[in-house]
Design a protein around this ligand. Sequence first.
Ligand code: PEP
Length: 258
Amino acid sequence: ASKRIPLIAGNWKMNFDHLEATYFVQKLVWLLRDARFDYSRCEIALMPSFTSLRSVQVLVEADRLKIRYGAQSVSVTTQGAFTGDVSADMIAHLGCSYVIVGHSERRKYHPEDDANIVDQVRAVLAAGMQPILCVGESFEERRQGIELDFAVGQVHDVTRDLSDEEAARLIIAYEPVWAIGTGMVATPDTAQEAAQAIRDDLRETFDAQVADTVRILYGGSVTSRNAVQLIEEPDVDGFLIGGASLDADEMAKIARLT
Ligand code: PEP
C-alpha cells in the first residue's frame, strides 16, 4: 500500500463570496466532526476565490481547524506594476498550503502557456507552498490515441528543470479536459493508466523517491458515487473536485471514502 496521504481538494472556481465560504467551511467541519473523521488519514483542502482567502484563514486559525486551503492561480512576478495580479507571497502570507497551476480553464480563458505555468510553479515553490499542477488531454487527443503522451508530456515540459527537492513538493492533478464539468468521469482504469504513466515519467526524470512521494490526483466529474472505485487505484492519491466541491455533504462523503 502507498504511504502517500490522500488529498481531497475542492476547486470552487468563481463560486461563493467570503460569507458563503465561511458558512461552507463551518458546515464541512461540522459534518466531519459528526462522522468522527480521522484527519490523519486524509488531507482536505479548499481553493476559494482570492476574496475569500482571508476569511477562511481567520476561521481556520481561530478554531484550529485541520483543513487546508489555497488559491486557484498566481502571478509569475513578485511585485510591481501588474494591475489585478496577486503574488505568491501575498497568498502564502494568508496561510495557504497550495496553489492550483495550469487548470484547463486558465489555459483556455487567459491564456496561460507552458512557459507561464513553469514560472507559476517556481513562484509557488519559492513562496513555500505546493503547486497542484493540472494536466490532461482534450477529447481530440484521446480520439487520436495520444492521450498518455500528451498528459505525460505536459508534466515533463513543466517540471523537467526542477531539482529533486522541488519536484518532491509537486502535486499533480490528471484532469482530462473532456471530463471536467461534463459528468463524463474517467473510468478507474483510465485514471490509473494516466497516473501510472505520469509517475513512471517522474521516476525517469527524478530520484526514485520523488516519484514515490508526489501525489497524483484525478479530476473530472468526481462525485461521492464514482469516487468509491477511483480511490482504490494504486496511483490515484485523491481528487481535485470542481462541481461536487460546492456541496459540503459531497466533500465530507468523498473524504470519508479514503
Ligand atoms: C475541475 O475543474 O478541476 C474539476 C475537476 O471540475 P468538475 O469536478 O466539476 O469536473
